[in-house]
Design a protein around this ligand. Structure first.
Ligand SMILES: Nc1ncnc2c1ncn2[C@@H]1O[C@H](COP(=O)(O)OP(=O)(O)OP(=O)(O)O)[C@@H](O)[C@H]1O
Ligand SMILES: [Mg+2]
Length: 350
């Protein structure tokens, strides 16, 4: 089972510099664990007057996914974010919110969200919980609101200041789902890096709208692409997506008009699990039971992997249907569960 151990290690390794995050003390608050499905949209549509922005949009988002939402200007990314965040209530079709989901929303246009007559400090304190309130001034300080800057009314803030305040607010309250609409606008490279690190450490679900390739790389592993009023899903990170699209930057993809036929990026295939040969030694009944359990778990894992590989084979030839994608994601989820079980059994064996 050596290869499986390596695989588990790979899954758990997070490539970030923790020191930086703790230095700035910038961490999202832990929140309750929501259900497995965070959002499910069915035939979602939105029109402003007689202008149909999008229609018949279907997707679902699972717990823990980190999704980049891309699309040309005016495709309706902000409109969709507002629907999911509960800000926009008149739409067609339906969408459901999973159990125990609490959403932190970063609006593209902070003027619509911030109270113009509140000060920076008031806005932050209103967003804080009893637990985080004592840290409000420190956090504001880390976001460069020092001294008198905290008494400025939000209506006199620059775009960059508004965004920094909005980020502070998200850090002061526990959320398990973040919807962020162009959170890095007006931010310098270092601030972007700090936010990215905090988001990489964030254990919840993320949907982020951004045109910033560096920011998205290493952060998101799934792409939702809005195009011609439709939503397409890609399994893969931003580099893979752009490779697939053969485009240097996201803006280039955004201005490209031609319709291509898409297929999803295929995740690397996993090897089937091999069972260790039984050792010819005396072992306790309990250990023997565990070994049996282990063997069963490994057989299950192999079955799942075969089924997943089968779907990937299909996906490499034709566009997956929603049903197939759903099935695929479900299999992956179930596989992860069994891997966890397997890991526990392994732990007990030693
Ligand atoms: N309140 C509104 N009233 C009328 N039309 C609107 C309104 N809000 C957005 N629109 C229109 O809906 C379309 C989608 O806008 P939206 O802001 O969702 O796009 P976007 O993908 O977020 O664009 P961007 O990349 O520029 O942020 C645009 O054509 C926009 O002009
Ligand atoms: Mg927008």
């Amino acid at each position: 089972s050596q290869s499986l151990i390596k695989k588990l290690e790979k899954i758990e390794r997070i490539e970030i510099d923790n020191e930086d995050v703790s230095k700035f003390n910038i961490r999202f608050q832990p929140s309750v664990t929501p259900g497995k499905v965070i959002f499910e949209a069915e035939n979602l549509g939105k029109a402003y007057g007689d202008k149909q922005v999008f229609d018949h949009v279907n997707f679902f988002v699972q717990r823990g996914e980190k999704i980049a939402l891309l699309g040309q200007n005016g495709q309706g990314k902000t409109t969709l974010a507002k629907i999911l965040a509960g800000v926009t209530k008149d739409y067609t079709g339906s969408w459901t919110l999973g159990h125990n989901v609490n959403i932190g929303y970063f609006a593209q246009n902070q003027e619509e969200v911030l109270d113009p007559n509140k000060t920076v400090l008031q806005e932050a304190e209103d967003a804080a919980t009893e637990e985080t309130r004592p840290r409000v001034r420190d956090l504001l300080g880390s976001f460069l609101f020092q001294g008198d800057a905290v008494s400025k009314k939000t209506k006199v803030l620059s775009g960059g200041e508004r965004n920094r305040l909005a980020l502070c607010k998200l850090l002061l309250r526990p959320f398990n789902t973040l919807i962020m609409d162009e959170p890095t606008n007006h931010l310098d490279i270092q601030s972007k890096e700090i936010i990215k690190l905090a988001l990489q450490n964030f254990e919840g679900t993320l949907i982020v709208i951004s045109h910033d390739r560096e920011f998205l790389q290493g952060l998101c592993d799934k792409i939702f692409e809005f195009r011609d009023g439709q939503m397409k899903e890609f399994l893969g990170n931003i580099d893979e997506y752009l490779d697939y699209r053969q485009k240097e930057s996201i803006r280039e993809v955004s201005i490209e008009k031609a319709k291509l036929s898409e297929k999803p990026e295929i995740k690397e295939k996993t090897e089937p699990v091999k069972t260790e040969p039984a050792k010819n030694t005396f072992i306790s009944k309990e250990q023997k039971n565990l070994q049996n359990k282990l063997k069963k778990a490994e057989e299950k894992i192999a079955d799942y992997e075969a089924e997943i590989a089968g779907l990937e084979e299909i996906f490499s030839k034709t566009n997956p249907t929603d049903e197939e994608l759903k099935k695929y994601n479900q299999l992956k989820e179930e596989l992860a569960e069994i891997m966890k079980e397997w890991e526990e059994i392994m732990g007990n064996l030693e």
